[in-house]
Design a protein around this ligand. Sequence first.
Ligand code: NAP
Length: 521
Amino acid sequence: MILRSFVGGQWMEPQGEGQPLYDAVTGAELARASSDGIDVPAALAHARSQGGPALRSLTFHERASLLKALAQFLRGHRPELYDLSHHAGATVADARMDVDGGIGVLLSYASRAVRDLPDDTVLVEGDVEPLGRAGHFVGQHLLASRPGVAIQINAFNFPVWGPLEKLAPALLAGLPTIIKPATATAFITVKLMELLLEANVLPDGALQLVCGRGSGLWEHLGEQDAVAFTGSAATARQLAAALAAHSPGARFQAETDSLNCSILGPDATPGTPEFDLYVAQLVAEMTAKAGQKCTAIRRALVPSHQVEAVVEAVRARLAEVVVGDPADPATTMGPLVSQAQREEVRRQVAALRAAGSLVVGDPDHAAVAGADGERGAFLSPLLLTADADRPEPHTIEAFGPVSTVMGYRGAAHAIEVAARGRGSLAASVVTADAPFARTVVRGLAPWHGRLLVLDREAATESTGHGSPLPMLVHGGPGRAGGGEELGGMRSVLRHLQRTALQASPQLLAAVVGTSADPPAP
Ligand code: NAP
């Protein structure tokens, strides 16, 4: 089967054989993907001529109601997406993170938009600023939709959440979207697209899908267009260079890879709730989606004298992990997305071992329940220890169930070591010691997009180290890409153009008012 793209209002088959996609559990070929022969310029033209004008004619509240309708429709079809997700290695819990998480983003954006945006097609920001002494000349900021296209290039690990979290703010901002899914899990995004179309609420041209490499998508883009990328830092650099060469005016935002850390406070000794929270969270981050999460904890920083205690506690918990068929409810960790990904993780683990020791797990063997450990891309959870002053743990991302425990010597050393990741999406500090939390958070903040301070109180409601939330910013500086996604209406505003409007009070009121008629003098 070759995956179809949805462009110009219809499903189209590409030409040629395409690139194969494999079942993560059995290794069997699932489908093929290609964008050869897909008329990408026509897709861009369709978005500009049909989708954009239709979306921009709606008010923010009307656009919000589209998101809500999409979410409600998807809700009724979650099992179909869960079932497909098993073939990419996702357990039910992993699939819920992706599918329910994505639906949650749509609903969050829909309700926030009604609360925070006007029932209008433009947004007025801030107060009227007096610009003249006699009050005849004033200013105010106006935010308007751009007549462009939002192109999204997604990573393989969130085939549902990834497209939806980019779609929600773009659609609210009046931008038509073209999705390019990562090939390894594109079969799930194709199903998502089918469902979004079946919901039958979006205007023609508001949403299109291009499977395969998507060549041509980032050429001939203009100043009003935006490309939002999620994936590795290396690919982000290539794309940024291609955009600069072919579409220098287009806006580019990247969410890339990240060597997130979790810091154990000196007060969190064995026997305290914070120590247990630290260990439980580390194991959860290693095993959820088999560690294929951009926010997973790659670097576990603990007081030097606690390295052994942490390793032993993690070892005991990892012994309870059931690696196996992701469709089996007893399984707690499925395979990686593909054999190729497993080989890549093995290579990165070999490189990490130069800095220390592998203390739990075997990269070449996993005890697998209910599936063939060799045909499927199974890998056992792998825990390493390393000297924090070696470069490898701060530069190598093993995108799988892999984490490295390192000892730190005091708060200043922990901050310095954390910063060696050169910018991360998320960090957590597990402590009940307020002065330690204050010092470490202030030191980490310039290097991190999100910081979780976890103690026994927050733990009763905490959403965890690895969960980006729609109302808070997701992104990180430096290596993490420097982009910002989510963050409630902030990401809608980023898609709009801000204009500083200057006029007489009467004409300013006429321009920004919701009625086309100027208000009575
Ligand atoms: P990737 O290999 O960089 O691919 C990401 C996307 O870019 C895919 O759609 C891929 O398409 C496309 N792509 C790759 N090379 C390209 C090229 N030369 N020209 C145009 N497009 C190209 O990343 P991945 O393996 O899918 O995802 C894993 C990585 O993503 C990890 O490093 C992880 O940390 C990061 N990630 C970051 C976030 C975040 O929010 N910061 C979230 C999730 C994942 P094909 O699949 O067709 O090659």
